[in-house]
Design a protein around this ligand. Structure first.
Ligand code: SIN
Length: 316
């Protein structure tokens, strides 16, 4: 790690938020969702997310799938209500979006290497995914999409929130965007699952045991802070509390203030939507332009989810 004193200082966010909260924000497709022939779509907030009804994900024509992909590009998070999906159905749906990869940090479901069961038991204290993050940003090619299916959930609590990182980027000041362009962040397994991390702690107290295989212990990757979405061409802020460690060439100590300010900015309430789960809801989200947060407010209640992720490209 270089001596910080020899480098130019990192940009400082003088205001805790880099944009003025009286400025209204809007993600345009939320107000004008357009027409869909194969399902009904109801936007979840002004920022992102849509609930979808009237379609069976276990029986999808190519035309219906094309509409789902259009809706996903527009709304970033889709929640399909009233599904009845066997493990193989969920994997088959995820495969329509791209190659499905096993997640190496937890034992897969018996007979389904691509599926991870995320189980919160009645005695769990921590939960899985309880920090703002985008999935596996430590990977060289982090997952483009995550599918999460609710098998059972508490009667109240255990919601998930997402935040639109296009809006996070676009509401930074022009000076901050200029300073961040070309900068890269290190995303590291040691930070996320290392001895002092929250996830390591949670491994001891959640029903789904998370453990890092030896070949992943030193895994880290540098990714751009300003990420270009390969489909829309738009820029999204790509920094997250779960995995981001430090700016390229800077120590963790020097990186922390700017990283913390960017993460707080990325989770601004106006950029978010929040989903109340029901058994039979399947959500698919785009990890390239969102962060998400699993709410840990259902102590004593079981919650069972099944997750399959779709391989993405190397961030650019
Ligand atoms: C995750 O972070 O992938 C899981 C989120 C959730 O269980 O709500």
């Amino acid at each position: 790690m270089p001596d910080d004193s020899q480098l130019h200082p990192l940009p400082v966010m003088h205001h805790p938020l880099a944009f003025d909260m009286i400025d209204a924000v809007l993600h345009a497709p939320q107000m004008n969702p357009g027409a869909y022939n194969h399902f009904a779509l109801a936007p979840m907030s002004g920022a992102l997310g849509a609930e979808i009804t009237g379609i069976d994900l276990g029986d999808l024509s190519d035309a219906a799938m094309a509409e789902i992909e259009r809706a996903l590009t527009n709304h970033l998070v889709l929640a399909f209500r009233g599904q009845d999906l066997a493990p193989a159905d969920q994997i088959a749906f995820a495969r329509r979006l791209g190659p499905v990869e096993p997640w190496p940090y937890a034992k897969p479901m018996d007979g389904f290497p691509e599926l991870t069961e995320l189980i919160s038991g009645p005695v769990d204290i921590n939960n899985f995914g309880g920090s703002w993050h985008t999935d596996s940003s430590t990977f060289d090619q982090p997952p483009a999409y995550t599918t999460l299916y609710c098998v059972s959930c508490p009667p109240v609590g255990g919601d998930t929130s997402w935040a639109n990182q296009y809006l996070a980027w676009e509401t930074l000041s022009p000076e901050m965007r200029e300073a961040l362009r070309g900068m890269r962040l290190l995303h590291s397994v040691a930070r996320s699952f290392g001895d002092h991390s929250r996830s390591k702690g949670s491994a001891d107290v959640t029903t789904t045991p998370v453990s890092v295989p030896p070949e992943h212990e030193d895994l880290e990757n540098l990714h751009p802070v300003a990420r270009t979405h390969p489909v829309t061409g738009r820029t999204a802020l790509y920094v997250n509390a779960g995995f981001s460690s430090n700016f390229e060439g800077r120590s963790e100590t020097e990186s922390r203030p700017l990283m913390a300010a960017l993460m707080a900015h990325g989770a601004t309430p106006e950029f978010t939507c929040r989903l109340r789960w029901q058994p039979g809801t399947l959500v698919v989200w785009d990890n390239r332009c969102t962060v998400h947060y699993a709410h840990n407010d259902y102590r004593g209640q079981p919650r069972v989810m099944r997750r399959a992720v779709v391989t993405g490209e190397r961030p650019f």
